[in-house]
Write a protein that binds this ligand. Sequence first.
Ligand code: ARG
Length: 574
Amino acid sequence: MEMSVQQLVTAWVAGAFAAAFPGRDEAVAACGASPTSNAEFGDFQSNDCMRLAKLLHRPPRAVAEAFLAAAGNPPFAGRIEVAGPGFINITLDDAWLAETLGRFGADTRLAVPESGTGRTVVMDYGSPNITKPLHIGHLRSHNIGSALDRLYRRLGYRVVADNHLGDWGTQFGITIMGFRLFGDEARMRDSPLEELERVYVKSYEKGKQDEAWLARCREELVKLQSGDPESLALWEMFTKFSLDELDRVYRRLGVRYDIVRGESYYRDKLLPMLNLLAERGLTRVSEGATVVDLDAEGLPLCIVRKSDGGFNYATSDLATAASRQEEFHPERIVYVTDERQQLHFKQVFAICRRLGLDVRMDHVWFGLMRLPDATFSTREGNVIKLDALLDKAEELALGLVRTSSPGMDEAQQRAVARAVGIGAVKYVDLSQNPQSLVTFTWEKALSMEGNSGPYLQYAYARIASVRDKYAERFPGADPDAAPIRLTDPIERALAVRLVRFPEVVVAAAESYKPSMVADYLVGLAQLYSNFYQNLPFLKAEEGVRESRVRLCGVVARVLREGLELLGIEPLERI
Ligand code: ARG
C-alpha cells in the first residue's frame, strides 16, 4: 500500500485547488485535509477556502464552488460538502473504506511509509552519568528515546542508538576522593553502585564545607583526564561495575543500543576540537577560560575550556557531534534529555552551525517525572531507585493478574505481571506530552478504566479471545477470506480510526511525541470496546459475523504494533 488515506485525500484536495486556480502555485501549495474530530463534519476537512479567499480576494463560498467544480468525484469520496463559511467536509465512501481497510489489514507494513530508507538518524538517549544506580529521574530519557528509536526504525530509517554515558565528568574527581577516604571493601563487593553513590554523596557533602577538599577533587579529575594510571585503574573499575548494572536494568526495561560510548570515548578529540574552534576564530580568552561568544544567536557565552585547563560538557558534545557526523553521516542527531539542558544544547547547536556541521540537530526535552511526595536529587541522596520502582510495579501487577487469571500457573502469572508492571510504568511516561511534568501515581499506572498500559494490554488480550471463540465455534472457517462490511456506524468509526495508523506513526516520529501513539491507541481501544459491547459477533448473520471477526483481527494487529512501538509487551493472555 503506497499512500495513507490522509495523503490520498490531501493530494486530491491540493490537486483540485491547483486546477481551480492555475498560476497561483504558491497559494495552493499548502492546501490539504486533516481528520475531523467530529464525525458530523465527515471524516476529513479542509479549511483552505477561507485562507485562499483572503489571498485571492474572493468570497470563501466562491472559492469553494471553484474547488467543487475542479474536484470531480474520486472513488474514495462518498460525500463532499461545503459547510459554514467555507469548510469542505469530506466523507469517505463506505464500500471504498471497507475495501481499503481490508488491504490495510493484509499489508505487512500496515501502510506505514518507508520514508526513512537510505536515511540515518543518530539518537542519543538514556545517557546516564555512571557510578550510581539508576533512579526514577532516569526513566523518561530511556523511555521516550527508545520509543522514538522504534518509531524511526519503523519508518525505515537507519537508527544509530548511542548511550552517551557520562563517564568522564566532574563526578569522578568527587567519587575517587570519596572512595579513597570513605570506601568500604565489603560494601563495594556486595553492591558496588550503592557504595559508589554513598562515597560520592559523602565526598560531595564534605566539599560543601571544605574548600581544600573540593580543590583536591578537582585535581583528581584533572589527573584522571590527563591519563594518570592509578586514577585510570579506579575509573575502569567503577565503569565496569556501572556497565554490568546498566545491562541488567536495560534487559528489564527492554532498552537496547547500537553503541555505548560515553564521553570518555571522545577524550582525545577535545583538544583538537578546541584548536579547530580557535582556528576558525570562534574563541577568545576570558578570565583564564576559553569561551565562544554567541551574542549573534542571543545566547550567553559558552565556556569550552575552564581556567584550570579542564574541558567541559559543551566541549565534549562538540567533539561528539563532529565525530558522529564524520562516522555515520546522519541526516539528524536527536538528543533526549530533561528540560534543564535546553541552554546547553542551544549553545552546542549554535557552535556546530558556525563550524558548518552539515546535520540537523534536535533537542527533545522533557519535563521531570516525580512521585507526588518525593523528590529525587542525587546529590542529596534521597532518591527512588528505578529498580525499586519496577519491583513494586511487578508486585502490584501480580495482584491484578492473580485476580484476573486465578487459574494460570504461578510462573506464567509472574511473567505476565512482569510485562504488565513494566508496561504500566512506561505507559504513564509515554502517554504524556514529553514536555509536561509527569506525576507518577500507582492508581494512574495500574488503572483498568482506560488510558493505562494494563488497559491496552487487556484490550488486546480480549480480542485474541474473540478470535479463539470464533475458531472453536466455526472450525476451519477463515474470517479473513470474507469481505469487510461496514454495516453499523460503530464499525465505520473503527475503520476510519484504523486506517489513520500510518499517519499517527509519521506524526509521532516527526514531532518527537510518542504520546500521539498512546492517544491513538486509547481511542482505538475505546472504539473497540464500544464495538465489542454493542454489536453481536458470533450471533451475527453469516458474512457480517466474519467481517466483524476480521475487523477484530485488524484492531489486534494495530494494537500490537502500537504497543510494540511504545515498548510495551502485547500479551495474548492476561
Ligand atoms: N549524561 C547527561 C546527564 O545525565 C546526559 C547526556 C545527554 N547527551 C549528550 N550528548 N549530552 O544529564
